[in-house]
Design a protein. Sequence first.
Length: 627
Amino acid sequence: MKSSTSALLCIIIGLLTILLVNLTLLHHFYKTSEDDYQRKEDLLFNSTHDMLLQHKIMLNALRSLFNASDIVTKEEFNIFSEELLKIKSAVAFTLDDNYHVQYMSDPIFQSEILAGKVQLNKDDKLEYQMKNFSSIIVSIEQQEMPYLVYAISHKKVQQRLDEYKGVCARLLLDGTAFNNVYCNNEDANWLTSFFKYQGTDTIDLPEYNKQYSISAWSIAPAVQTYELYLLVFFITAMGGSLSALLYLKIRNHTRLIQMTIETKSKFALLSSINHEIRTPINAVLGYSQMLKDSDYCDVSGRSTLDKIIWSANLLNSVAENTLNFSKAEAGHLNLDYRDVHFMDELNAIDDYYNAFSQTHEKRLVMKVQADMPKYIGLDGTKFFQLTTNFINNAFKYSNCSEVVFDISLKSVSGQDFVRVAVKDTGKGMSVESKKAITHPFNTDPNVKPAIQSGIGIGLYTCKKVIEEVGGSIRIRSKENKGTLVLFRFPYRQVSGVANISKITKARYADISLLLVDDDPFNLQLCGSILKSSGFVVKALQDEAQAFEAFQASQPQVVVMDYRLTKADGISLIEEMQQVQANKVHYFILSANKKSEIPNADNYPDITFLQKPLNLAVFMQQLDRKVL
C-alpha cells in the first residue's frame, strides 16, 4: 500500500511539474506577444492621433486665415493652402451661399469636388458629400463665401494604415471603415487565434461635432505559435514519459524488494524444511551404514540395509532438487570445491545403484577414462546429485537391462570439466517432453495422467544448476530409440598429491573432542563414528553444559551442530574462542550446506561440514588444520 502511494505521488508530482512548466512557458509567450502587440498598438494609435491632429491644425489654420481678414483673395488662399496641404492628404475649398465652389486649394481634385454636393446629416448639420473623401464644413467670416470645406482623402488614409505591419488597424471615419491588409488574417487558423490581442480608442473633435474610432488587433505569428505548441507537446511527452518511467521504477524497485524479501523467506522456509527432512534422513543413513559395517549383520540384512540406504538417498534427492530449483531460479548457486579421491566418488555412485540392481533387472555400466587423475577439486554433493538424477531417469525409462555411465575429463577454453554421458535405450522423449528442459512444470499432454511421472522440474532444475555453475548440457533423444544426456561439470586440478589421509584409529588416539548436537540420534551416531576412530568424545545436547565442559576440559577439537535449541553453533563457538587457553580446531556439522548458513565466509577459522558425517572428509580437514 505504501509503495503504491509513493508511485502514485510520483505521477501526481510529475503531472503538476509538467503543468507548471507548460503554464510558465505559455504565460511567457503570451506576455511576450502581448508586449509586442502593445508596442505596435501604441504606435498605431499615436500615429492616427497625430494624423487627425495635423488635419485639425490645418483646418484651424485655414479657418484662421479667413477669420483674420475681411476679404481673402483667391491668390492668397492658393498660396497659403498650397504650402499647407502640399502632402495632398486633404483638399480645402470654399462655398458661397448657394453652396457653389469658389476657392479651391488644389485643382487636381476639381472633378471630385464638383461631383460632390451639400446635404444635411442625421443631426441636421451641413455636410459635403464627396466620393472617396470625408469632409468637415465650418463657417468662416467671408460674406460671399461663408463656408469652408476640409475634405480628407480616403486613399491617403488607407495608405497610412497599410504602413503598419503585424497588426490589424481599423479606422471609422464619418461612417466609412478602413482596414489594412493584415485584417484579412482574422480567424485564418484557430490554433493561432488563442493568442489574439485587441484594443480600441476614440478621438473626439467636439468643436467640429466629430468623433473618430480606431481599433486594432493582432495574432501571434503562426510559426512561433506552432513552435510553442510543439515545445509544449515535447515537454508534456518527455515529462509524462519520465514520470511514467519513474513510477515504473519505484513500483519495480518496490516489487524487487518484496520479491527479495519473499525469496529470502522462501529460502529460509526451504532451508528449514530441508534441514528438518535431512536431519532424520542423515540419521537413517548413518545408522544403516553402521549396521551394514558391523559384524552383527548377515548377507540378508545387508541387502535390506542397501534398500533402506537407497530409499533414504532417494528421499534426500527430492529435498535437494527442491532447494536447488529455488536457488537456480534466484541465481544463488555456487560450488564448494573439495579435494576428493575421484574414483572413490565414482565408485560411490556405482555402489549407490547396486541396491537398485538387486531388485530390478537393470544395472549400471560405468566406463571411466583410462588416464584419470587420482585426486581433483570437486563439489561432490552437486556432482552426485546431478549424476544420480540423470541415471534415475535412465533407469526409469530404459527398456534395456543396462544404462551406460561414461566419465571423462575435458578442458574447454582453459576451464576443466568432468564430462558425463548417461545413455539408455528406452522409449525416448517426445517433443513436448523435451520442453521440460527449458520450461519448468512442463509435462507431455499426450501421456495419460495415470502414468505421468514427476511434475516437470527435474530436467529444468538440472539444466539451471549446471549452467549456473558454469557447465553445459545437451540432450539427444529419439522416440523408441533412447536418450543420451551429455553434461559438463567444472572441477579444479589438484597440485601435487592431495592431502587425503587414510583413516586409522591410531592417528588421533586420545585426542579430546567435544561434540554438541540437539538431536539425540545424530549425537549418538556421530559420537559412535568418532569414538571408533580413536577420539575421546564428550557428547552433549545442552548449550550451557557444552560451554561449561569446554571451560573445564579445554578440548582440542569441537564439532558442533549449527542449529541448536537456544542459539546457533557459530555464536557458541565465538563464546568459546574468547575463553580458550590453547589452540582449538572448530567444526560446524550441519544438515545445512555452508552456502545456506548466513555469513559463513566470515569465519575462516571454522570448518563447515555437512551431515551425515563423512569421516574421510573430516579427517582430511583436520589434517589440514593440524599441519
